[in-house]
Design a protein around this ligand. Sequence first.
Ligand code: HEM
Length: 524
Amino acid sequence: MDIARSIPMWLLPVVGIVGVLVIKSSASARQFIIGNPHRLGLPPGPSLWHVMKGILFTMDPYQPWLLFTEWNKRYGHLTYFDIGQRMLIIDSEHIARELLDKRSAKYSGRPEFPTMSLYGWGFTTIALHYNDKWRQHRRFYQHGFRLEALLNWRPFQLRHAHTLLLNLLSSPGQAADHFATFTASTVMAATYGYATLPRDDPLLDIVNRTMAIFAQSTTMFNLIFFSTFRFLEYLPTWLPGLSFYRDAPVSRKNVRKMLDAPFEFVEKSMADGSAEPSLVSEFLARMSEGEGNRLFDQEILKEVAASAFSAGVESTSSVLVAFLLAMTMHPRVQERAHSEIDAVVGRGRLPNFDDRASLPYVEAVLRETLRWFSSVPAGKYMRVAHATTEDDVYNGFFIPKKTIVMVNVWAIAHDESRYQDPHIFNPSRFLTPEGKLTDDNMYYVFGFGRRICPGRHLAEAAMWIAATSILAAFQIRKAKNECGEDIEIIPQFTRGQLVRPAPFMYEITPRSDVELEKLVRIKD
Ligand code: HEM
């Protein structure tokens, strides 16, 4: 009998998968013995069997942080397991700071995800290993997006916030699209000096399409699975489950367009003298003046600019959608924010950045939105996990090199010992009894250590000016049904790759008798 013919096709990948797991686990065990001369134990955590059971039967693939949170409750703040990739889940800000901030020299790597490169995204800052290229990228952000440099971008942000208001006025039902346009416009303006059209912008369209393919395909499961079992790449892509490989060439083609198109726009506008100030035009000018490759070569400049864009737009706009949801559901919070803005800014003009320090309650609303929503919870965005680049010992536990380290931000933001009734939206938790802001600035949502989000100041300022302007200009409330009753909302979050509130019904109407167009024209 021909044995090879009698083996069912599906058995081959299974045998391969088991084989890879066995090989990977024994490599892991060897590393444990070599790198751990004092034979310290690993942090506690579920066995391979329990992890598999959890992943297959319990875990909601779209909310993996919920299972991680359970494990952290059972095994402690450090939960370790090995599924062919060593994983460490941390649910304590204190420990995250001890390891990722204070020992950042060992904890600033990124996991090895060959699938990111397969999809054409291997160049992004987020995906880069802790190496010289990554340092070059960070220099670009440090130059353009550090706190002091933000003053340069404020006029753009204010202008785009006003465009956002006008867009909301003309098509209030499309708030999520307007938030995406607003965020993209602010990042595009700072990076490329490109003024996006209020709608259907051709460059944004390229970027949005590219990001959509990426978002659909690179779930946590896909990233780990296809990076671990790389032999699957060589099997026919028509096999069930392998469509992942079919989409890859399309993604790579789109990514190339996303890298080239905005860059060509800058080159062209520099050539005809119409270039607006931007990071790319500044670096190109410096390169042509002879600083040349000491700064970047052109390809790196394209890559770093596109990285800013791809990392920044969805994260920022999804927080604004969460803000809209929170305001729709919590009229009293909105009322208090309106009163504060009316008292400080008045009704005769729109807010600007100079008002920020005088609006603590609005600030607290923004912080509570970041806490309640936790846009980058844990596991969802596997690509922002850190990886150890050396063995380490913490609290008597051995943490091997090449361990993927994930901070469960969702668990921190919903820790009952820190935030009373964490599921309730309550901005006052960020205020002292005297009405001053507490020290909890929610910066942990922007990550840790040397890999902390370099766009955090830009994002924070963009979210603030957008949210404050909306509060000043609009009344947000629940939509009504045919009987004139409020349509109740049960907040839900998208089950796709992007974590954002699922579509919900709302009404948004101008607050002021003064026409919004006129307010937008009044400068102070
Ligand atoms: C609400 C908005 C945002 C949130 C919540 C957010 C959050 C994060 C987080 C959690 C990380 C990973 C940090 C870590 O590894 O510890 C990150 C990385 C990054 N973010 Fe953001 N981000 C936001 C907006 C932005 C914006 C506007 C930009 C660009 C202008 C940006 C650019 C980046 C880049 C380039 C990285 C990769 C850094 C590295 O790997 O070294 N982000 N962000």
